[in-house]
Design a protein around this ligand. Sequence first.
Ligand SMILES: Cc1cc2nc3c(=O)[nH]c(=O)nc-3n(C[C@H](O)[C@H](O)[C@H](O)COP(=O)(O)OP(=O)(O)OC[C@H]3O[C@@H](n4cnc5c(N)ncnc54)[C@H](O)[C@@H]3O)c2cc1C
Length: 299
Amino acid sequence: MKTDLLITDSLKGIYFPQAGAIDMAHYCQWLLSEIAESQLTVYAESPVTNIQFSDHGWQIVFDPSSGLDKVVDANFQHIIDCRGAAAISFGKLNSELDTALDHLHTTAGQTCQFHSPRLAKQVTQVLCGKVYLIPLADDQFILGSSFEDQASSANSNDLLLKPAIQDQLLEKMNQLLRDSHIPPLTDSELQVIPLQGKRAYRLHAQDRLPLVGPAINAMKLSRDFNKLGQKSLNRDELSHYNQPGYWLNTAYGSHGLLFSMLASQHLVSLICGEISPLNTDISHAIHPARFFIRHLKQK
Ligand SMILES: Cc1cc2nc3c(=O)[nH]c(=O)nc-3n(C[C@H](O)[C@H](O)[C@H](O)COP(=O)(O)OP(=O)(O)OC[C@H]3O[C@@H](n4cnc5c(N)ncnc54)[C@H](O)[C@@H]3O)c2cc1C
């Protein structure tokens, strides 16, 4: 790991001396600087409203408010769809391409940021248990994160912090502190902690594995195999059903940082026809068509 991407004010983990917490803003800036070196164009804050296939390749339709609808008039050989949880909240871009989304869900998560000079003297390392506690500069802490049930996760446009979730996080933190033989925060210390942190949504599949690989033409696959059943389908020849040049790299749940780098290398190898770092079993396990295939008759 690039050590200059670690949050500099947070000390190392207890169990993994080389571990720490990544400064996400710094990490994203580093990724952008890598893109700049390869002279690619990045369009930020530019919602895509549709993706269409023409004889000349894929066309991206931008929201007119971005002004890009007049700027980007190009055909692309390849599109990688990595919309994350917003794919669910904003709705489908293209019903034929988005069939994989039918098998995905979102889970709400919330973090809490607070200030405690007293705890800062005692917690000088990242603590991990049912929650994680990350010490930052100026006696600040980040405490995370909640995993909420489907009912609380249904409206993924709701980004307002929930006081009850923050209370649960603080309660779990106190248990973690007790387990680590560190005096927990007292009731009066807890009462002055303001509602502060972040709330967001994770996109995940039921099997908690990401969707990485080609999007398939579900109608064509269904037409050919609905009667024959899934056992007649040779997984190694599934590429006949690919949407040509349309790829998925999404549904990382709560493991985006850990999984995305390796899984993205796998995707690059599929696109470029190179040898993948993943074996065939793992490649099948993260294939975007896996749920669709499971729903075919078991003959
Ligand atoms: C509270 C919380 C704590 C978490 N903690 C961790 C952690 O400790 N470690 C970890 O690995 N993961 C963690 N996660 C999960 C992490 O957020 C995901 O793994 C990661 O964000 C997935 O990255 P992604 O690029 O697939 O999706 P996202 O980060 O969701 O990125 C998708 C992007 O696509 C954009 N987009 C979507 N639709 C459109 C459209 N139509 N047009 C244009 N742009 C669009 C979105 O705006 C967004 O910027 C946490 C999540 C939450 C909610």
